[in-house]
Design a protein around this ligand. Structure first.
Ligand SMILES: [Fe+2]
Length: 204
Protein backbone atom coordinates (compact mmCIF):
# COMPACT_ATOMS: atom_id res chain seq x y z
CA UNK A 1 0.00 0.00 0.00
CA UNK A 2 1.31 3.40 -1.01
CA UNK A 3 0.37 6.05 1.51
CA UNK A 4 0.06 9.61 0.35
CA UNK A 5 2.77 11.76 1.87
CA UNK A 6 1.59 14.25 4.52
CA UNK A 7 2.70 17.78 3.75
CA UNK A 8 2.75 21.23 5.31
CA UNK A 9 2.71 24.60 3.62
CA UNK A 10 3.80 28.07 4.64
CA UNK A 11 1.19 30.80 4.31
CA UNK A 12 2.56 34.26 3.62
CA UNK A 13 -0.26 36.49 4.82
CA UNK A 14 1.19 39.84 3.68
CA UNK A 15 1.86 38.37 0.23
CA UNK A 16 -1.49 36.58 0.24
CA UNK A 17 -0.07 33.28 -0.90
CA UNK A 18 0.69 29.71 0.13
CA UNK A 19 4.14 28.41 -0.72
CA UNK A 20 4.85 24.96 -2.04
CA UNK A 21 1.37 23.91 -3.06
CA UNK A 22 2.39 23.49 -6.65
CA UNK A 23 -0.51 25.22 -8.33
CA UNK A 24 -1.43 28.84 -8.91
CA UNK A 25 -3.50 31.00 -11.22
CA UNK A 26 -4.42 34.63 -11.59
CA UNK A 27 -7.53 36.41 -12.77
CA UNK A 28 -6.86 39.73 -14.43
CA UNK A 29 -9.18 42.59 -15.18
CA UNK A 30 -9.61 41.41 -18.78
CA UNK A 31 -10.84 38.03 -17.46
CA UNK A 32 -13.73 39.72 -15.63
CA UNK A 33 -15.56 41.05 -18.68
CA UNK A 34 -19.32 40.81 -18.30
CA UNK A 35 -19.27 40.56 -14.52
CA UNK A 36 -19.91 44.21 -13.63
CA UNK A 37 -23.06 46.29 -14.01
CA UNK A 38 -21.31 49.27 -15.57
CA UNK A 39 -19.88 47.81 -18.77
CA UNK A 40 -18.71 51.19 -20.07
CA UNK A 41 -16.57 51.93 -17.00
CA UNK A 42 -15.30 48.35 -17.03
CA UNK A 43 -14.24 48.74 -20.67
CA UNK A 44 -12.35 51.93 -19.84
CA UNK A 45 -10.56 50.26 -16.94
CA UNK A 46 -9.79 47.13 -18.96
CA UNK A 47 -8.40 49.21 -21.80
CA UNK A 48 -6.08 51.05 -19.42
CA UNK A 49 -4.94 48.05 -17.37
CA UNK A 50 -6.15 44.80 -18.86
CA UNK A 51 -3.47 42.77 -17.08
CA UNK A 52 -4.06 44.17 -13.60
CA UNK A 53 -4.47 41.22 -11.24
CA UNK A 54 -7.89 41.21 -9.58
CA UNK A 55 -7.23 38.01 -7.63
CA UNK A 56 -4.77 35.17 -7.47
CA UNK A 57 -4.93 31.70 -6.02
CA UNK A 58 -2.17 29.41 -4.81
CA UNK A 59 -3.31 25.96 -3.83
CA UNK A 60 -2.50 22.30 -3.26
CA UNK A 61 -4.44 19.72 -5.30
CA UNK A 62 -3.25 16.30 -4.20
CA UNK A 63 -5.86 14.38 -6.20
CA UNK A 64 -9.41 14.65 -7.49
CA UNK A 65 -10.68 11.85 -5.30
CA UNK A 66 -13.80 12.14 -3.16
CA UNK A 67 -12.58 12.31 0.41
CA UNK A 68 -9.40 14.19 -0.44
CA UNK A 69 -9.02 17.94 0.16
CA UNK A 70 -7.90 20.92 -1.89
CA UNK A 71 -6.42 23.69 0.24
CA UNK A 72 -5.23 27.11 -0.82
CA UNK A 73 -5.07 30.86 -0.37
CA UNK A 74 -6.75 33.59 -2.39
CA UNK A 75 -5.52 37.18 -2.46
CA UNK A 76 -7.89 39.73 -3.91
CA UNK A 77 -6.84 43.27 -4.71
CA UNK A 78 -8.89 46.21 -3.46
CA UNK A 79 -10.84 48.12 -6.07
CA UNK A 80 -14.16 48.67 -7.73
CA UNK A 81 -15.79 49.20 -11.10
CA UNK A 82 -18.05 52.25 -10.84
CA UNK A 83 -18.62 51.48 -7.16
CA UNK A 84 -19.07 47.72 -7.57
CA UNK A 85 -16.37 46.05 -5.55
CA UNK A 86 -13.81 43.64 -6.99
CA UNK A 87 -14.98 40.05 -6.69
CA UNK A 88 -14.21 36.53 -7.77
CA UNK A 89 -16.03 35.05 -10.74
CA UNK A 90 -17.97 32.86 -8.35
CA UNK A 91 -19.25 29.36 -8.91
CA UNK A 92 -21.33 26.44 -7.82
CA UNK A 93 -19.34 23.31 -7.26
CA UNK A 94 -19.62 20.97 -10.24
CA UNK A 95 -20.64 18.30 -7.73
CA UNK A 96 -23.13 20.68 -6.22
CA UNK A 97 -23.43 19.19 -2.76
CA UNK A 98 -19.79 19.77 -1.93
CA UNK A 99 -19.28 22.43 0.79
CA UNK A 100 -16.35 24.78 1.37
CA UNK A 101 -14.67 26.46 4.30
CA UNK A 102 -13.06 29.90 4.11
CA UNK A 103 -10.88 31.43 6.83
CA UNK A 104 -10.08 35.12 6.50
CA UNK A 105 -6.42 35.88 7.06
CA UNK A 106 -6.38 39.62 6.29
CA UNK A 107 -8.51 42.44 4.98
CA UNK A 108 -12.25 42.79 4.84
CA UNK A 109 -14.62 41.05 2.50
CA UNK A 110 -17.99 39.46 2.12
CA UNK A 111 -19.05 36.03 0.97
CA UNK A 112 -22.01 36.40 -1.36
CA UNK A 113 -24.04 33.19 -1.52
CA UNK A 114 -27.09 32.18 -3.49
CA UNK A 115 -29.16 29.02 -3.27
CA UNK A 116 -30.58 27.43 -6.44
CA UNK A 117 -34.03 28.86 -5.61
CA UNK A 118 -32.62 32.39 -5.41
CA UNK A 119 -32.29 32.79 -1.65
CA UNK A 120 -29.26 34.91 -0.84
CA UNK A 121 -26.95 35.26 2.14
CA UNK A 122 -24.12 37.76 2.61
CA UNK A 123 -21.60 37.22 5.39
CA UNK A 124 -18.88 39.72 6.26
CA UNK A 125 -15.40 38.41 6.93
CA UNK A 126 -12.43 40.01 8.62
CA UNK A 127 -9.24 38.43 9.94
CA UNK A 128 -9.97 35.26 11.91
CA UNK A 129 -13.53 34.87 10.60
CA UNK A 130 -14.50 31.44 9.32
CA UNK A 131 -17.21 31.24 6.68
CA UNK A 132 -18.86 27.88 6.05
CA UNK A 133 -20.43 27.60 2.61
CA UNK A 134 -22.93 24.74 2.81
CA UNK A 135 -23.56 22.26 -0.02
CA UNK A 136 -25.43 23.62 -3.07
CA UNK A 137 -24.80 27.33 -2.50
CA UNK A 138 -23.29 29.40 -5.31
CA UNK A 139 -20.51 31.48 -3.76
CA UNK A 140 -18.46 34.50 -4.67
CA UNK A 141 -16.09 36.50 -2.46
CA UNK A 142 -15.89 40.27 -2.65
CA UNK A 143 -13.21 42.64 -1.34
CA UNK A 144 -15.04 45.48 0.43
CA UNK A 145 -11.96 46.93 2.15
CA UNK A 146 -9.11 49.24 1.19
CA UNK A 147 -6.43 46.51 1.37
CA UNK A 148 -5.88 43.00 0.04
CA UNK A 149 -8.54 40.51 1.11
CA UNK A 150 -6.80 37.23 1.90
CA UNK A 151 -8.57 33.96 2.66
CA UNK A 152 -7.57 30.36 3.17
CA UNK A 153 -10.01 27.88 1.69
CA UNK A 154 -10.53 24.13 1.84
CA UNK A 155 -12.99 21.98 -0.09
CA UNK A 156 -13.43 18.36 -1.21
CA UNK A 157 -11.10 17.46 -4.04
CA UNK A 158 -13.80 16.10 -6.31
CA UNK A 159 -15.92 19.30 -6.14
CA UNK A 160 -15.04 20.92 -9.43
CA UNK A 161 -16.44 24.32 -10.41
CA UNK A 162 -19.44 25.34 -12.50
CA UNK A 163 -18.92 28.96 -13.53
CA UNK A 164 -21.63 29.01 -16.16
CA UNK A 165 -24.47 28.87 -13.67
CA UNK A 166 -23.82 32.53 -12.86
CA UNK A 167 -23.51 33.53 -16.51
CA UNK A 168 -26.78 31.79 -17.36
CA UNK A 169 -28.59 33.97 -14.82
CA UNK A 170 -26.78 37.08 -16.04
CA UNK A 171 -24.94 37.35 -12.74
CA UNK A 172 -25.83 36.72 -9.14
CA UNK A 173 -29.00 38.16 -7.70
CA UNK A 174 -27.18 40.80 -5.65
CA UNK A 175 -24.34 43.19 -6.40
CA UNK A 176 -22.03 44.45 -3.65
CA UNK A 177 -21.57 48.21 -3.90
CA UNK A 178 -19.48 50.84 -2.19
CA UNK A 179 -21.40 53.29 -0.02
CA UNK A 180 -20.60 56.96 0.53
CA UNK A 181 -18.71 56.13 3.72
CA UNK A 182 -16.60 53.48 1.96
CA UNK A 183 -18.74 50.76 3.49
CA UNK A 184 -20.76 48.28 1.49
CA UNK A 185 -24.34 47.49 0.63
CA UNK A 186 -26.08 45.06 -1.66
CA UNK A 187 -28.38 46.11 -4.45
CA UNK A 188 -30.49 44.03 -6.79
CA UNK A 189 -28.88 42.96 -10.05
CA UNK A 190 -31.32 44.46 -12.55
CA UNK A 191 -30.44 41.91 -15.21
CA UNK A 192 -30.83 38.83 -13.02
CA UNK A 193 -32.65 35.90 -14.61
CA UNK A 194 -34.03 33.49 -11.99
CA UNK A 195 -32.83 29.96 -12.60
CA UNK A 196 -34.94 26.84 -12.62
CA UNK A 197 -35.11 25.50 -9.09
CA UNK A 198 -33.84 22.15 -10.27
CA UNK A 199 -30.53 23.62 -11.46
CA UNK A 200 -27.72 23.12 -9.05
CA UNK A 201 -29.19 19.84 -7.94
CA UNK A 202 -28.87 18.00 -11.22
CA UNK A 203 -25.38 16.81 -10.49
CA UNK A 204 -25.67 16.20 -6.77
FE1 LIG B 1 -15.87 26.88 -4.19
Amino acid sequence: MEWMEPRSFAVDVPAGSMRGGGSCYQKRLKDMAGQYANAAVFAQMAAASADAVVYEVTDHRPSQRAGDLITGVTRMSPGDVAGEYFMTRGHLHGVADRPEMYFCLAGKGVMLMEAPDGQTRVLEMTANTICYVPPCWIHRSVNVGPTDFVTLFCYPADSGQDYDIIARSNGMRLRVMKTAGAGWETIANAGYQPRAQSSGRARV
